[in-house]
Design a protein around this ligand. Structure first.
Ligand SMILES: C[S@@+](CC[C@H](N)C(=O)[O-])C[C@H]1O[C@@H](n2cnc3c(N)ncnc32)[C@H](O)[C@@H]1O
Length: 280
């Protein structure tokens, strides 16, 4: 179904106002291909009729959620990009364990956690390589805009294709149970993780203070001002010696001078300049 330029403009504004997502001119094909199935399913004969309904019925919350779900990219996988998890295992967690031994508390946040693979990767790493953390108070929080992806994350159930992407066979066999064609993460790991809905470009609730923040492959879709605002707010909820991980195509450079990047193994990590101890 084709979209008129007038309605494409409406969807551009809607995506920007709702989630700071930038849909440049030329992305009409993307909007058409992603919204056509929703329009059809909801009984509309054309995409323009569907968008007219969105425009006139500001209370059509379900439509709004479906449209934002369709416009966002939820692509993720276990051990995505590999190196950040190596840095976490070999550098970041050992340092934090040393620093926090007195309080035995650690907190990790995956902002834009999608269907949960990123956080379950972290939880499995902790179970696998840091048995000494069993009696620590560990918070592992995942947030995302989309309630659809959060539902899957909470359920922790993945297709064969999803578990084939990046998850070592030993982890699959140890931490998942198979039901029919699907794999579900076991309770021992699942109960380490909590998921909440949160829009990164709207006012944030009061956040705990984190030791590690993963915010990967989401700011790439945002305008510069939104990226700046988010990086600043993360500084305010990160421990002074905490660590930030971004996606491989993302950086703080030219956005927020208060962050300083360094390499840990083959991964780039960011710490605030106020970190008393620089990254070793
Ligand atoms: C490409 S996925 C990244 C998942 C994971 N972090 C990774 O790197 O594999 C991007 C996620 O960002 C979420 N998202 C998009 N806009 C958002 C916003 N304004 N606030 C919170 N999450 C958002 C999407 O719903 C999607 O699940």
């Amino acid at each position: 179904m084709a979209i008129s330029s007038h309605n494409f403009k409406f969807i551009q504004d809607f995506a920007r106002d709702t989630a700071a997502i930038v849909l440049d001119p030329g992305k009409e094909y993307l909007v058409e291909s992603r919204l056509t199935p929703i329009a059809r399913q909801s009984g509309f004969g054309t995409l323009d009729e569907f968008v007219d309904q969105l425009r006139t019925d500001r209370k059509a919350v379900l439509f709004h959620e479906q449209v934002m779900d369709a416009l966002t990219t939820n692509e993720t996988s276990f051990f995505r990009d590999f190196h950040p998890f190596e840095a976490l295992r070999h550098h970041v967690l050992p340092r934090l364990i040393e620093q926090r031994a007195g309080v035995k508390r650690l907190s990790i946040w995956s902002a834009a956690s999608s269907t949960g693979q990123e956080l379950y990767t972290i939880a499995m790493l902790i179970r696998e390589y840091f048995p000494q953390l069993r009696d620590w108070n560990i918070t592992i929080l995942g947030t995302d805009l989309s309630t659809t992806v959060l539902d899957q994350a909470r359920e922790g159930t993945y297709s064969q294709i999803e578990v084939n992407r990046g998850l070592p066979a030993a982890f699959l066999l140890k931490h998942f149970t198979k039901n029919d064609t699907k794999w579900t993460i076991k309770d021992d790991v699942k109960k380490m993780v909590e998921y909440r809905q949160m829009n990164l470009v709207k006012p944030w609730p009061i956040m705990p203070v984190f030791d590690v923040v993963f915010i990967r492959n989401v700011m790439i879709y945002f305008d510069v001002e939104s990226k700046r605002g988010i990086l600043k707010r993360i500084r305010q909820c990160l421990q002074p010696q905490g660590y930030l991980f971004l996606g491989t195509a993302e950086t703080t450079i030219n956005l927020d001078p208060e962050w300083s990047p360094s390499m840990l193994g083959k991964a780039t990590v960011y710490q605030t300049k106020s970190a008393a101890v620089p990254a070793r």
